[in-house]
Design a protein around this ligand. Structure first.
Ligand code: PLP
Length: 460
């Protein structure tokens, strides 16, 4: 076996790592790559033999935990039987048909069909094409603009990266793409005016959305995309009444609603889908991450009856639906998804996320809410965040140069906990596997507390 020093050298010499400061990595300023060698339950190990609680389930995806042999076996079985066939021109496999039937049965809205990709980004790229396709087919060729929210995260390909509402994902990359617009973020803590209730704030955000649609011309606005709980932009549950207000505006102007369930789907919030929890009735749904718990790359675009009906009705006139990837509906990924969904159902992971999640939210609030450098503790189910501020009374932020969020995340890591420094602001994010126990939650919260205390003392 190649020794780990050689692996690290090979990596540094040849991998272009996502979201990495290239010079820091190339020169060794940020140290050697962490070589992850194994995982079991909620923990991973690295090549030095260190073990960490993975408080972020990889990238909010390993919901069933690491090392689930049932899924490994399902993958192997399918690989031995038939490693690949495509799904173009009415070809299918057993696993693909079974998975699709399950998704159509369980998904929110009025699901009709599922289209498959490999990542959340490509799925949202497909969503944009569907909004354009649908409106072309029904004779509304100008109704093409798509609105997303500031601080929303929908991926980083050309259109999905444009939907993402954080400028550092656009800078130097010529995004956003024309026709993708942004409206205000649903974050009450930062967005509300003095004394404004959550309900009033939600109404204001909906009124702003309406003004944007009217300014652009409703005949030019085709879609709206949002995560039920804003994820990478800060792990922010919606303020009270938000989705009801937003949906009323979308209906008024005949704008399709795309629910990006990439993080929320399959139990993360304590409900099967974020849509279920917040009463969202989407026209289109994006799923990925929890669909396979990261055991294989797979995403899905769940097309509702309204959109699908228009597509099928136009088919005799326009011919085939000309969109798809070599690996759309890959049978090994579909087998992995079926095995993962078996676990999600058998172990009732949504319910578990609700119950253990309530304990988690309580612990986070109890340990952190009163700390001097904490502005807000928030979350739902097994999604949580702590936002750090220099002055909790005036909500003054820390100087970004102090890198407070990153330092706390690093101090946690040094103690054996992975909790993510979220990219926007000083926020420590949590999204542990849904199989996490209450004892592991306590351990996680305690390590995060010690890490925060350490950095708070350094700042004093
Ligand atoms: N949508 C949401 C809500 C996400 O959180 C992410 C990734 O974190 C994506 C889309 C993009 O998914 P991927 O990284 O698989 O392209």
């Amino acid at each position: 076996m190649t020794d780990m020093k050689t692996i690290a050298e090979l990596d540094r010499a040849s991998v272009l790592h996502p979201f990495t400061q290239l010079k820091d990595f190339a020169t060794g300023r940020m140290g050697d790559p962490t070589i992850v060698t194994g995982g079991q339950g909620v923990r991973i190990q690295d090549a030095t033999g260190r073990s960490y609680i993975d408080g972020f389930a990889g990238l909010y995806c390993v919901n069933i935990g690491y090392g689930r042999t049932e899924v490994a076996e399902a993958i192997a079985r399918q690989a031995y039987k038939l490693a690949y066939y495509h799904s173009y021109a009415a070809h299918t496999t057993e696993e693909l048909a079974i998975l699709s039937g399950r998704l159509v049965k369980m998904a929110p809205g009025k699901p009709s069909k599922v289209f498959y990709g490999l990542s959340g980004s490509d799925a949202n790229e497909t969503q944009a094409k569907l909004v354009w396709y649908y409106n072309n087919l029904r004779g509304q060729p100008k109704k093409k603009k798509i609105i997303s929210r500031e601080r929303g995260y929908h991926g980083c390909s050309v259109v999905s990266g444009s939907m993402t509402g954080m400028s550092f994902y656009h800078d130097h990359m010529d995004l956003p793409f024309p026709g993708i617009l942004h409206t205000g973020s649903p974050h009450h803590y930062w967005g509300a005016e003095a004394g404004e209730t959550e309900e009033a704030f939600s109404k204001r955000r909906a009124a702003e959305l309406e003004q944007l649609i009217l300014r652009e011309g409703p005949e030019t606005v085709g879609g709206f995309i949002g995560e039920p709980v804003l994820g990478t932009g800060g792990i922010t549950p919606p303020p009270a009444g938000y989705w009801q207000e937003i949906q009323a505006v979308l209906r008024r102007y005949d704008v399709l609603l795309i629910a990006d369930e990439v993080i929320c789907g399959f139990g993360r919030t304590g409900a099967d889908f974020g849509c279920t929890l917040y009463g969202i009735e989407p026209d289109l749904v994006t799923v990925a991450k929890g669909l396979t718990s990261g055991y294989m790359p797979l995403s899905g675009v769940i097309v509702g009856e309204k959109v699908y009906g228009v597509m099928e009705d136009a088919a005799d006139r326009i011919g085939a639906f000309s969109h798809g990837y070599t690996y759309s509906g890959h049978p090994i990924a579909a087998a992995a998804a079926n095995a993962v969904l078996d676990i999600v159902e058998k172990e009732r992971l949504s319910e578990r996320a609700r119950v253990v999640g309530a304990h988690f939210q309580k612990q986070l609030k109890e340990r952190f809410a009163q700390m001097e450098i904490v502005g807000e503790v928030r979350g739902v189910g097994l999604l949580g965040a702590i936002e750090f501020v220099a002055d909790r009374h005036s909500k003054r932020r820390f100087d970004p140069q102090q890198k407070v969020g990153a330092r706390i995340s690093k101090a946690a890591r040094d103690r054996g906990l992975i909790a993510r420094a979220m990219p926007h602001g000083d926020i420590l994010g949590f999204a542990p596997p849904l199989v996490v126990s209450e004892a592991e939650i306590d351990e996680m919260v305690d390590l995060a507390y010690q890490a925060t205390k350490q950095v708070m003392d350094e700042l004093a």
